[in-house]
Design a protein around this ligand. Structure first.
Ligand code: HC1
Ligand code: SF4
Length: 579
């Protein structure tokens, strides 16, 4: 089919929108609510206006290009003076009902509304209606996420993600017309609602209406307090995403630069969550084998994702006995830092502050759980998301892209295997566990090390591993996104899940797609593939690729924990869940 845009012929297929055809042919049309990889075109912002003339002569007519189909013979204009004037007015009206405290907004300099205002050439903002936006909700009841509806432009992207990708449905649209607001189901505060703090809504918010709770100030306090020993950990998925915040190519591994940056900030000890990911494999793998051998509750679910734990506790309390009792690598790190590391380095744990850098908003809540307090002190003191860490570096004048990498220098918790590296992608925890379970049961390493059947991005994947010449097949499944998690939980409760072990990650893609990762304007899942490829590349490059072969893991059991699932390991590395 053929039409034209700005006088140039364009080819298109049936059901393509004007916006899609324009994008494909290099005609830029500004948009604000539309998001292509979410399949989201509500037409609410009305910034993507174009003028059309139909083949039958009807028109000219002004329409929203994101949800108007291109037609045979249609002539589209995108830059007439009248259109540009309408777009400017449209953005001006959006700004009129928007809290314009831009200089103190978390999205300052990275805001899609600011971008669009610049694109349409807005040079003045004549209308300003604080009596509208000042009545809107500001909710900071959650330990992870802050909602400031005075900045919301009602693009509805967050509702779409929460409802259709996650199936959580914690966000609802209330009121109508100018009073429309994105609210929490049953009018609850966010912190006591169905929200599980996965933060996927933040990834798509074009403005500062949804954001992580900002804890950078606390970290600066700790860094500059000479009485405090700061111990930093950072998660598997950080190193393949943080570079994006410093204009580096997606998927670039900046692990060494992170170590340098933290040392530059004055961090006392810099270590890696990957070390305790290896430790988790030892504990969780042993727990799985005990459950299989002793007739324990099966299938067993992974436990390292707090979004999933929150979801299970809120929606499926009957399923909690199926969840591994092993704490997440973040929490195992905290508890090992304040015992084993403190002892090894001769540090008083009372002066130690453990600071995590995580791709995850839910980890902020996880760290605050009373289960992870030791004599009233948290094992992990503060959690920064990847975005907050980028902001912290910017505030301290550190440009990651200019730094040389440096290595860990710690003989206690500073080494990790390829198995730990892949925790950051969907399927990674399962593959890491299978490498170790295979060795423990058969005495042999898993042939070829990599276990392809659990890789990929389909929302639910399943596989079978033959142990002992096929006589003990272990059946496993991997699910990512909470919609897929719900499906697995329902299958298990219906007795229809023929698996021994199920990995669940709340965020689509696993932690590499976590709600605390750098955002892309205009795409929900930008850089996914590059991040995932980079994690698998790290695994291939490690000299040791199975958790049980990490010499520091052998040492921690020899010197401190005795053996996997020992009494001491249970005390320090396992937990209980809340019904
Ligand atoms: Fe994750 Fe995990 S992989 S949960 O996604 O088990 O956040 O990256 O740190 O704890 O190791 C997150 C990532 C992370 C934990 C590990
Ligand atoms: Fe957090 Fe990762 Fe779970 Fe997402 S998948 S909620 S980033 S732990």
């Amino acid at each position: 089919m053929i039409g034209s845009i700005n006088g140039k012929p364009v080819e298109f297929s049936e059901n393509e929108t004007i916006l899609q055809v324009a994008k494909r042919n290099g005609h830029f049309i500004p948009t604000l609510c539309e998001m292509a990889d979410l399949d989201h075109t509500p037409g609410t912002c009305r910034v993507c206006l174009v003028e059309i003339q139909r083949r039958n002569g009807s028109g000219p007519q002004v329409v929203t290009s994101c949800n108007t189909p291109m037609e045979e013979g249609m002539a589209v204009l995108t830059r007439t003076p009248a259109l540009r004037e309408q777009q400017r007015l449209q953005v001006e009206l959006l700004l009129a009902d928007h809290n314009q405290d831009c200089a103190v907004c978390i999205r300052h300099g990275n805001c899609e509304l600011q971008d669009v205002a610049q694109f349409v050439g807005l040079q003045q903002s004549r209308y300003h209606y604080p009596h509208f936006y000042e009545q809107r909700t500001r909710d900071d009841s959650s330990a992870a996420i802050v909602r400031d509806m005075s900045k919301c432009i009602r693009c509805l992207r967050c509702v779409k993600v929460c409802r259709e990708i996650q199936g959580t449905d914690a966000l609802v649209i209330t009121e109508k017309g100018l009073a429309t607001e994105i609210s929490i189901r049953d009018s609850l505060p966010l912190g006591s609602s169905d929200c599980v703090a996965c933060g996927q809504c933040i990834l798509v918010c074009p403005v500062g209406a949804l954001a992580e709770r900002d804890d950078t100030e606390t970290v600066i306090d700790y860094l500059y307090d000479p009485r405090i020993v700061t111990v930093f950990q950072f998660a598997p998925a950080i190193r393949v995403a943080l570079g994006e915040a410093f204009r580096m190519p997606p998927g670039e591994n900046v692990e060494g630069q992170i170590v340098t940056a933290l040392k530059h900030l004055g961090a006392d000890v810099v270590l890696d969550t990957n070390f305790t990911a290896d430790l988790v494999i030892m504990e969780e793998g042993t727990e799985l084998l005990h459950r299989i051998e002793k007739g324990g509750t099966l299938p067993m679910f992974t436990s390292c994702c707090p979004g999933w734990i929150n979801f299970a506790e809120k929606n499926f309390p009957e399923i909690l006995p199926h969840i591994s009792t092993t704490r997440s690598p973040q929490q195992c790190f905290g508890s090992m830092a304040k015992t084993y590391l403190a002892e090894g380095m001769g540090i008083d744990p009372k002066t130690m502050r453990v600071i995590s850098i995580m791709p995850c908003t839910a980890k902020k809540e996880e760290a605050k759980r009373p289960e992870f307090l030791n004599k009233g002190t948290p094992d992990v003191d503060v959690v920064l998301t990847t975005r907050e860490f980028a902001r912290l570096l910017e505030r301290e004048g550190v440009d990651l892209s200019t730094l040389e990498p440096s290595a860990y220098d710690n003989p206690w918790m500073g080494d990790y295997t390829g198995a730990a590296a892949i925790f950051g992608t969907t399927g990674g925890v399962m593959e890491a566990a299978l490498r170790t379970v295979h060795k423990v049961v058969t005495g042999d390493e898993l042939e070829g090390i990599e276990f392809q059947p659990v890789r990929g991005n389909e929302k639910v994947r399943e596989a079978k591993v033959d142990l002992q010449n096929g006589s003990h097949p272990v059946k496993v499944a991997v699910a990512h996104s909470l919609k897929a998690a719900r499906h697995m939980a329902e299958m298990v409760l219906a007795g229809e899940a023929p698996y021994h072990f199920i990995e669940i990650m709340a965020c689509p893609g696993g932690c590499m797609g976590g709600g605390g990762q750098p955002r892309s304007k205009k795409a929900y899942q930008a850089s996914w593939q590059e991040r995932q490829n980079a994690l698998y590349a790290i695994d291939r490059q490690r000299s040791v690729r199975q958790s049980h072969n990490n010499p520091l893991i052998e040492k921690i059991y020899d010197d401190f924990l005795e053996e996997p699932n020992s009494h001491k390991a249970h005390d320090l590395l396992h937990t209980t869940y809340r019904k």
